[in-house]
Design a protein around this ligand. Sequence first.
Ligand SMILES: [Zn+2]
Length: 450
Amino acid sequence: MTATKPAGNIDFIPNDPLAESADPMRVESAHREQVGQVARFRFRAGAPASNTYRPGTMEFLHWQSREAALDTLDAFAACAGPLEAWAPDVRGQLEVVPNAGDDLNASYDRRSLSFFVSRNADGAICSGASTDVVSHETGHAILDSLRPDLWNSALPEHAAFHEAFGDCMAILVALNDGETRLALLRQPGGLDAENFVESLAEELSDAVRRTLGPAHPASRPRHALNSFRWELPSRLPTTGGPDVLTGEVHSFARIFTGCFYDTLRNIFAAQSGRTSEDLGNAARIAGKLLIDGARSALERPRLFEEAGTAMLVADQAVNAGRNLAAIREAFDAHGIVLSVTPGIHRTLAFADLLHKLSLTRQVSLSGLHPMLDGVVAEAPVFVGGESGIGYSVIDVDSSETPAIEEEVRFFVQTLLAREAIGFGSEQMQNVTHTVRLVGAMRVLQRLRFQ
Ligand SMILES: [Zn+2]
């Protein structure tokens, strides 16, 4: 197979099987093989030839998940140029597994993007059939490439930023598609009303609701259009229903996803035109700011605020500061007040240096669970000086800021609440963490994002 292999037509769901859009499915020409110096996917050997397969079949699922994963790299490239490599620990190609077993889930574990098939009385729910879900998981892999240092951080806002970045990539994938933009602009209220682009993983959450009940945190789609306001995650409950803001990472992520979506809406609103091209342009500008912000955000516990600040700095550098108000107002609406000390510039190279210098602090987990006695979790310790980076902490009174220890222990409590620590059942898909022996220490480490 070479780059010149003709790409055949496939049936493709550009958003989500349950998305309330004009055309949930269409026929399109499949991506060709990847070429050049780019992060590569590996797809199943002996896969069926491209064709318009019936949804629900494994042939359809193969081409659907392949297309959605490649669309995510396209959306990234449209904003920031091609992603050249996965995180170092991926070691080469990232496998896409459309049917990794029976579950209502999807995951990224530095080896593969895995999707699952859950069969119930109503038929099969395939998480890999949703472009929302595939682009969210690919978003984890992309952020892991930009920021491998966040993988093992046991700070709640660091893990929540990973979840938010996945949801932001799903929105960027949707808005990188011309037909989707037209369908969205035709809807009453457009971006400013509840819509199928800001609503994520409709089918999977519907299946969770039917299987696990309406009180389950994932029983409704996550919405980027929301009014959640930032609070210290460790002051929030560890778990709760879908409409409640909790400190659990997927729930808390909605704050940052809201900041990003509102930034995008503000950029679009400030443009003179209202066409699909204008919307595509606004999405690429916002996406570039997000990606630059994610790259250079400092490893402080308040990563949402850090990423927002880094977006301001990126806008100054890339767009002569044209979108500063759009960014500030968006974060303001979610309770995050951004401030950059003028005159001192934070550069990507400087941020890179700080990331490399970063040390980790070990926090004892004794007392949280009998299996965690004598175990530690790790959080990055930020080593840059307050004055040297032209940044001032605002919003949270420092006397109110909890110690890193409190935040790490809270994060682990959210994991315990959803039985996400292995203790011998590491193959279960709800398990994201395990205890490993590192030297003489027993350390809580990440297995996967799910
Ligand atoms: Zn995720």
